[in-house]
Design a protein around this ligand. Structure first.
Ligand code: DGI
Ligand code: FE
Ligand code: FE
Length: 188
């Protein structure tokens, strides 16, 4: 699927603001893929579809999680987490995306996971630093992303976990496990 076709499928699923975010993630993901040697076409496709399910009703997402035997623990945590695995599923059945690497990058773009692939990292980070993002700490991560993908990823995960903790929100286990995994693997 080329960029134009993909964007035409995604646009009606999103608000204008979220569509602009998606375009920012796409540009950033392609740039990071070029810089760090990931597949730019896969990065483009995963970025375009990463928030595909963002505005599906909660009850529809819940039903998909149950019927598709996704980890039931998802339902015990913030519903904000659900659009990532549900988005991977819908990108496959509604848009016909079959590439498992692309689907995984969509599936894990919110939580991360243990043993993230280069493509997973590119999408996670692009989602965090795209030009439309404005929150404390983002500029620091943008700078790090120019030098060291893993360091930038660790910093963005740290910020996310701290943000959740400050709000007294639970942290999904994959989020912690992803952080531990990358810190361990980078000696860092
Ligand atoms: O979909 P986006 O807004 O572009 O970004 P995202 O997919 O990273 O989703 C961010 C939302 O998910 C934000 O509201 C925080 C929430 N979130 C991310 N990780 C966790 C989490 N919420 C909980 N409770 N636990 C997590 O580990
Ligand atoms: Fe998202
Ligand atoms: Fe996003």
């Amino acid at each position: 699927m080329d960029r134009e076709q993909a964007l035409l499928l995604v646009k009606p699923q999103l608000t204008e603001h979220r569509y602009q975010h998606t375009l920012g993630v796409m540009e950033t993901a392609i740039r990071l893929a070029e810089k760090y040697g990931a597949d730019t076409k896969k990065a483009e496709l995963a970025a375009i579809f990463h928030d595909y399910a963002k505005f599906r009703p909660k009850d529809e997402m819940k039903q998909i999680i149950e019927e598709q035997n996704m980890p039931p623990i998802l339902l015990e945590y913030n519903s904000e987490l659900w659009h990532a695995p549900v988005g991977a599923y819908l990108a496959e059945i509604e848009a016909g995306i079959k590439d498992e690497e692309v689907l995984d990058a969509i599936r894990y773009h919110t939580s991360g996971r243990v043993g993230m692939t280069l493509l997973d990292k590119v999408i996670y980070l692009a989602d965090y630093i795209e030009p439309g993002r404005h929150f404390p700490g983002v500029e620091e991560v943008r700078k790090m992303a120019e030098e060291d993908l893993d360091r930038a990823l660790i910093q963005s995960m740290k910020n996310t976990i701290q943000f959740l903790m400050k709000k007294n929100q639970p942290v999904f286990p994959d989020t912690f496990n992803a952080y531990n995994s990358i810190v361990t693997n980078t000696g860092g």
